[in-house]
Design a binder for this molecule. Structure first.
Ligand SMILES: NC(=O)c1ccc[n+]([C@@H]2O[C@H](COP(=O)([O-])OP(=O)(O)OC[C@H]3O[C@@H](n4cnc5c(N)ncnc54)[C@H](O)[C@@H]3O)[C@@H](O)[C@H]2O)c1
Length: 383
């Protein structure tokens, strides 16, 4: 399937990500079949799309005529996957990050859609190759991974699954380019792909800061905000939902290395049903409008922000060594997917021996081999 052949798109799952992904397709001019399990969920997805389009139009960021055209019949709502995909040329699943739900949904898409249509998944972590087991003709299956919120975040990762054929990969690249997004391509299918994988060991490290060192979340975030980061990782966890992040960590724990699992601090919050902004509390209280106020008195000045970037950069070099992507793409992924400094660019101002020594110290202190420096770090080959 070539992008030029696409006349209509289906988005399966109209939640936080799905409605934004559908909105991007609509803004690119495609009619969208929007599907969720209940009428009220799909209606809520449509409402969110229309509210966002009105807001963008009022700011002059979208042509009001385009918004009028979208309102005038470009969205069709479904609760049956077979019906939603029957007349489309491309479908993406955006259902919850639970393997069995993904597999059942993908099978229903595959059963109902034309045999040469492209099928994508927005999974944050799962193996595209494993998920392709649910698809007839798995060569037409690919990962297209958006960041939250999809309309505003510039990065999209395209993931080449073990069975993805080159034409499908090219389709995904062309589609993301058409949306005007910043694109990175994971040439190999590894858990977490690029940006989430680079962030994964820092989530473990910050968890150890809470569990082992008794550090406060504010102390970590304030230290990193002082480096120019726009949102600290603990606040980001609350914003992205601690349950979603822990599910990703569970997946890494199982498929990458047990050391990537969630912290005791995260599990304690989840046991109390506190997942962050959505429930009014996570690492922070979200009881006021806007972002939480960080209590400066909690800042000790003992959290070294350089270590955070060394850990990210070290993970980036693992992706490079595994042939997933270039080091430049790693930096692009973090800049546009997480709005932080590119870690490779960040560590270039330090001597490789120093970076390697600090990483080894962290690895030794906590007894975690995932922090140990790679050959690319030790030899300074990233410079
Ligand atoms: N939230 C994020 O920050 C984020 C970022 C990137 C990727 N993702 C990924 O996007 C996917 C969706 O996440 P989300 O945050 O939008 O979740 P969400 O819970 O907001 O939305 C999922 C939607 O799927 C619907 N759904 C469930 N089963 C369905 C089915 N069989 N058919 C149709 N709809 C069904 C649910 O009712 C819900 O509305 C996950 O794979 C997640 O990992 C999430």
């Amino acid at each position: 399937m070539k992008l030029a052949e696409v006349k209509k798109v289906a988005v399966i799952g109209a939640g936080d990500m799905g409605h934004g992904i559908a909105q991007l397709a609509l803004m690119a001019g495609y009619p969208v079949n929007l599907c969720d399990i209940k009428d009220e969920f799909v209606a809520r997805g449509e409402e969110r799309i229309l509210a966002s389009l009105d807001k963008l139009a009022s700011k002059g960021k979208v042509d009001p005529e385009k918004v009028a055209a979208i309102k005038n019949g470009m969205i069709t709502k479904f609760t049956d996957i077979g019906q939603a995909v029957a007349d489309v040329d491309y479908a993406i699943e955006v259902v919850p990050e639970v393997e069995q739900i993904k597999l059942t949904t993908l099978k229903a898409i595959s059963d109902g859609i034309r045999e040469d249509a492209v099928i994508a998944t927005n999974t944050s972590t799962m193996s595209i190759t494993d998920l392709s087991a649910a698809i007839k003709n798995p060569g037409r299956f690919v990962g297209i991974h958006y960041f939250n919120p999809p309309v505003l975040m510039k990065l999209v990762e395209v993931v080449n699954g073990g069975n993805t054929d080159p034409e499908t990969l090219q389709f995904a690249i062309d589609y993301v380019n058409l949306l005007g997004k910043v694109l990175v391509v994971a040439k190999k299918d590894r858990p977490g792909f690029i940006a989430n994988r680079i962030a994964a060991p820092t989530i473990v490290y910050n968890g150890l800061q809470l569990d082992v060192d008794g550090r406060e979340p504010e102390d970590i975030d304030i230290s990193l905000l002082k480096t120019g980061m726009k949102m600290g990782p603990m606040e980001l966890a609350d914003y992205s939902r601690i349950d979603v992040m822990s599910a990703c960590q569970d997946y890494y724990h199982e498929h990458l290395d047990p050391e990537y699992g969630p912290s005791k601090a995260a599990k304690a919050l989840l046991d109390k049903g506190l997942v962050g902004k959505k429930t009014g509390q996570g690492y922070y209280k979200w009881d006021q409008p806007g972002r939480p106020q960080l209590d400066e008195s909690k800042w000790t000045g003992t959290y070294d922000p350089d270590i955070f970037y060394f850990i990210e950069a070290n993970e980036a070099t693992k992706l490079y060594e595994e042939g997933v992507c270039s080091l430049e793409e790693c930096d692009t992924a973090m800049q546009y997917g997480y709005n932080t400094a590119g870690p490779i660019g960040y560590i270039k101002k330090f001597e490789p021996e120093y970076v390697a020594k600090k990483l080894q110290e962290v690895s030794d202190k906590y007894g975690y081999k995932i922090f140990a420096p790679t050959e690319t770090i030790k030899t300074g080959a990233y410079r």
